[in-house]
Design a protein around this ligand. Structure first.
Ligand code: FAD
Length: 456
């Protein structure tokens, strides 16, 4: 559709420095990390709340689509303006204020997660959600996608830290929801509605986040196994013995072979599964718990156990884990990164099922990820130069998602639905629940101007 007259009107109101229509600005806002691309008509860099309200009031009146953008690191096309219109870019809204006495962070939507974490840590506090993209992604994007990371099993995800939000609604009305306290039960939990809403319900401009005391010490174990079965059993026995690691990461054989080729780390050679478990807390208890953990793991006959004590040694262990993605890239294959979740009791079956899919469809699968919360990145590795690959990959994904849903899991634990998973939305969510989504959307955005073309 043509929104040029509304765009002209907006430009007249806010000025050409705020409303940009040049080719480079529009191109830069047309895609996210999924590379799905749709050009917008204009990109708006608002100076303050009145600008955001003005954009939405006009958009609502003239029925212009508005897609909010943080840093465009979404892996699902959720930040791509599927119906054109205006992109509202908030990445420059990046103020952070830590209230050390209250254990709170007051942040603007564009603040990156890494800056929030380091501002909190400087004052002895901890903001645990840690997507691997945290150097770049914004808290607004994290709230919209309910982002998570390696700490999820113990500390939860973004949702668990959002206490209050400032939101501009589709008609330009500004609301402050939730609270600036750790507890609050006044009315509905409305601010939670915007967590995970993928920009479809309102524009998050500010958030109050819960902080927790920064654990003073950490230690970890990196363990190699000759079978995934033993690795999963070691993990299960850690939980069964009453330990809650702050991270528990598993990787499969395909990933480890690629990682060995890249790092030449001798410990990975011949390894069929790899587990990293980390504990945090007070130094004496972490040291003694780690010994117990090692005893538990030894029962599953590991090939090796490597220990890390304190930040420096722990980081050396994680360095190997960080190479996994690059190692898969080195294979020359395209990685279709699916962030599925299964109940933790089904991890062993998931890895088995991945092997079945591999054989059936003649495609490699590389599985690694956050075993602590059952969120295993199941990457279908494809070579698009081979004829018929696209079709086979689609069939393989169809089967994977069918199995995940039937196993009581979820088709996405971190990245969201966006456009990439829209095809599977009707299978993943019941007719009634989809209807409820539409009712909520209609109540908050009756003209459907916010991020249209996506899953609702
Ligand atoms: C290398 C890499 C690693 C990644 N690792 C992880 C990971 O470990 N865990 C994880 O969860 N994700 C991960 N991601 C995905 C991505 O970083 C997250 O989804 C992140 O939350 C997106 O933030 P963003 O600021 O880039 O948002 P964008 O990509 O700009 O937007 C994402 C969605 O949020 C909406 N949105 C953005 N800002 C606002 C706002 N202020 N108000 C309302 N809606 C808004 C957009 O409309 C869009 O729908 C990774 C991505 C990459 C490229």
């Amino acid at each position: 559709m043509d929104f040029s007259s509304a765009t002209k009107q907006l430009k007249g109101k806010l000025g050409p420095r705020i409303v940009r229509t040049d080719r480079d600005s529009r191109r830069a806002a047309s895609f996210d990390s999924s590379k799905i691309e749709f050009p917008p008509e204009a990109v708006v860099f608002p100076r303050g709340l009145p600008d955001v309200a003005a954009v939405l009031q006009l958009a609502n009146r003239r029925r212009v689509p508005v897609t909010v953008r943080g840093r465009g690191t979404s892996l699902t096309g959720s930040a791509a303006p599927a119906r054109g219109g205006w992109v509202l870019d908030l990445h420059h809204w990046d103020k952070i204020r830590i209230d050390a006495q209250a254990g709170l962070a007051h942040v603007q939507a564009g603040a990156t997660v890494e800056r929030i974490q380091s501002a909190a840590e400087k004052k002895g506090w901890f903001y645990p959600p840690d997507p691997s993209s945290m150097k770049y992604c914004t808290i607004g994007g994290n709230i919209a996608c309910n982002a998570g990371g390696m700490h999820g099993g113990k500390y939860g995800v973004t949702r668990d830290y959002v206490l209050g939000l400032e939101v501009v609604l589709a008609d330009g009305i500004i609301v402050r929801l939730g609270s600036r306290t750790h507890k609050n039960k006044t009315g509905f939990d409305l601010h939670r509605l915007f967590v995970g809403s993928e920009g479809l319900l309102g524009v998050v401009t500010e958030a109050t986040l819960k902080l927790i005391p920064l654990p003073p010490f950490r230690a970890n174990l990196a363990v190699g196994f000759d079978s995934m079965k033993n690795a999963v059993r070691a993990l299960q026995s850690i939980f069964a013995a009453g330990f809650l690691p702050c991270a528990a990461e598993l990787a499969d054989e395909f990933t480890l072979v690629a990682a060995y080729k890249r790092t030449k780390s001798e410990s990975l050679r011949g390894c069929k599964a790899h587990l990293i478990v980390e504990l945090d807390g007070q130094i004496n208890s972490v040291r003694s718990e780690l010994k117990d953990l090692e005893r538990i793991i030894r029962r599953q006959k590991p090939l090796f156990i490597q220990r890390g004590f304190g930040n420096k040694e722990c980081e050396a262990v994680w360095q190997i884990r960080r190479e996994f993605s690059y190692a898969l890239r080195d294979t020359g294959l395209t990685k279709l990164n699916e962030d599925i979740v299964v109940p933790r009791g089904k991890l062993e079956q998931l890895f088995k099922f991945a092997t079945t899919l591999q054989k059936k469809h003649g495609l490699q699968l590389a599985c690694f990820g956050h075993a602590g919360d059952g969120n295993i990145h199941t990457n279908v590795m494809v070579d698009y130069t081979q004829p018929g690959t696209k079709k086979r990959a689609e069939k393989c994904l169809d089967e994977l998602f069918r199995w995940v849903i039937a196993s009581g899991g979820a088709i996405t634990g971190e990245h969201g639905i966006g456009l990439a998973k829209k095809r599977w939305w009707p299978q993943a969510v019941s007719k009634e629940a989809r209807g409820l989504h539409r009712t909520v959307k209609h109540a908050l955005d009756p003209k459907g101007i916010l991020n249209p073309g996506k899953f609702v």
